[in-house]
Design a protein around this ligand. Structure first.
Ligand SMILES: [Zn+2]
Length: 257
């Protein structure tokens, strides 16, 4: 049994056929889902979906790509949302200096405010970090600390992984770890501290090998990533699944079933 610790079930590519997507996930042994809402509108859609379907847990925040579009009063609205019992974390949030869809000052301001909010309400945060490793670590060090911090879709170097783990943060791996040229990332997968590792699809993006050409990606494909990480760590798929499932439950403080 697996939990997809980061997917976007409300994305336009998945929501029109969500019942089939969830049925295929269940057949593959992926029975719970942390769906990430990337702005306030998306949060309403995610909460609606979670109310209708079993096993869906909502996280909401302002994605760095959306930070330029955050309206006046966004932080008060988000504050209200993340205090809800059925919202498990704040995110995804962070800095994306690769696409640069929002200017750096705005990204930093919106990121910082969300870290403060999470620390205030005592909920974990989900970090999106692209070509901004140093800046993200620095900002986190300057802010009050939320209970748990995960670098989602980690694709950095061994040295960057080490810095993240040394600070007590978590690492979550996507299908990128299965890609042919991802030897260094598989080395990271081997080394991540056992109790701070999670797995995710980041659906609808980043389909893993051997279904890399299948679009959109969906939670059922998590099994390929799990098999790859189990091989890298030299343990059975069952053992790896039990561990990452338990980790995900603990990170987000998900209800025990
Ligand atoms: Zn995401």
């Amino acid at each position: 049994m697996l939990i997809d610790s980061h997917c976007h079930l409300t994305s336009g590519e998945l929501i029109p056929r969500i019942d089939d997507v969830l049925a295929r996930a269940h057949s593959a042994g992926v029975t719970e889902f942390v769906t990430i809402a990337t702005d306030l509108e998306d949060a309403r859609r995610a909460l609606e979906l979670a109310a209708r379907c079993e096993g869906i847990h909502v996280v909401c925040g302002i994605h760095p790509h959306e930070s330029g579009k955050a309206c006046d009063g966004w932080d008060a609205a988000l504050d209200e949302l993340v205090r809800r019992e059925d919202v498990y974390a704040v995110g995804e949030m962070g800095l994306d200096y690769h696409y640069d869809f929002s200017d750096h000052a705005t990204q930093q301001r919106v990121f910082r405010r969300q870290v403060e909010l999470a620390a205030e309400v005592g909920k974990p945060i989900v970090i999106h970090c692209r070509e901004a490793h140093e800046q993200v670590l620095k900002l986190l060090a300057d802010c009050p600390r939320p209970p748990n911090v995960v670098f989602h879709c980690f694709t950095g170097s061994e040295a960057e992984a080490r810095q993240i783990l040394d600070r007590g943060y978590w690492i979550s791996l996507t299908g990128v770890v299965t890609f042919k040229r991802a030897d260094e990332l598989r080395e990271v997968a081997r080394q991540v501290t056992e109790d701070r590792l999670m797995l995710e699809t980041d659906s609808p993006y980043l389909s893993p090998e051997p279904v890399r050409n299948v679009r959109p990606n969906e939670p059922s494909h998590l099994v390929h990533t799990a098999a790859c990480v189990a091989r890298a760590r030299g343990i059975s798929l069952a053992e790896l699944s039990a561990r990452t499932t338990e980790n995900t439950r603990r990170f987000f403080n998900l209800p025990r079933r």
